[in-house]
Design a protein around this ligand. Structure first.
Ligand code: CMP
Ligand code: FE2
Length: 274
């Protein structure tokens, strides 16, 4: 079931999204990434989301949901998001096992859909994973899926979700792991004026730029944050974060990043990588 249709928004009301990304969960609840228990930071994010009482219609999880490629980490993810009571859509990141996710996520109650049809909008979930390397690539099958979805729904604005960043963020060590055929993506999007937003994870920091009428947005991780504009690997002391987006019937997008307060989930500042 590649396509699902959902009701949301209505009248002049927007469709409301919650993006969570790069949870890096482990099979064990105690699993740590650079000194942070990733299940704890993710739970703190989810608690903060619940406490905010901000309404959202669905959740987008933009990859690196796991740090150890385990079935148990995906089961943990599903158990943690279930109390939010909203449909969850996902795509794999470089630290995920995409084929495993496709097999097990439906068992955990999470849809495998790659195209979500909503009033006036569609959300497309692309796979940029390249086996065993950190950078991304859109394979021909992904490009033709994207082209087909954009051309078959000219009356819907489109949000394209993928794990890897299309544009460099300005950190030398991290930009070597970006989407390597981003120019192919830009070429394709240039032919479809209904493409409005490309939403990614991977860079563990927020960025927001516009290129030829398309917004390109990245978001903070629910665990560790990368230091912006750094030549070598570096961690930021900012708190774990999440993003809300509102998609309006006229194609307008509003968005806000939220974070936990600084000082609660501070990674090992001496770390030089993982
Ligand atoms: N010191 C480092 N230099 C280059 N790449 C790194 C380093 N440490 C980690 N990485 C990789 O860079 C990736 C960026 O974010 P990820 O969460 O995908 O996982 C990270 C690792 O795969
Ligand atoms: Fe990540």
């Amino acid at each position: 079931m590649d396509t699902v249709t959902l009701a949301a928004g209505g009248g002049d009301q927007p469709i409301r999204l919650l993006q969570i990304t790069d949870t890096h969960l482990f099979a064990q609840a105690e699993g740590q990434l650079l000194g942070i228990r990733t299940a704890d930071s993710f739970q703190a994010v989810l608690d903060a989301v619940q406490a905010q009482k901000a309404a959202f219609d669905l959740i987008l999880a933009t990859g690196d949901l796991s740090q150890d490629y385990s079935t148990a980490s995906y089961s943990r993810f599903a158990d943690m998001v279930r109390p939010l009571g909203r449909p969850v859509f996902w795509l794999p990141g470089n630290h995920d096992d995409g084929p495993l996710m496709r097999r097990v996520m439906p068992d955990f109650g999470i849809s495998p859909a790659r195209q979500v049809l909503l009033p006036g909008w569609q959300i497309l979930l692309l796979d940029t994973q390249v086996y065993s390397v950190p950078h991304g690539w859109l394979k021909p099958e992904q490009m033709s899926f994207l082209e087909q979805c954009l051309s078959s729904e000219p009356a819907r604005y489109s949000v394209i979700c993928l794990h890897h960043n299309t544009f460099p963020v300005g950190s030398t060590w991290l930009d070597q792991h970006d989407l390597k055929n981003g120019s192919d993506l830009l070429g394709l999007l240039g032919r479809f004026p209904n493409a409005r937003l490309v939403l990614c994870g991977h860079v563990h920091q927020e960025t927001d730029l516009e290129h030829n009428g398309v917004r390109f947005i990245s978001s903070p991780s629910t665990c560790i944050q990368f230091e912006p504009l750094s030549r070598d690997f570096g961690l930021d002391t900012k708190g774990p974060g999440w993003r809300y987006l509102q998609l309006y019937p006229d194609g307008r997008i509003e968005t806000q990043v939220h974070r936990l307060p600084d000082g609660h989930f501070v990674p090992d500042g001496a770390a030089t990588g993982y």
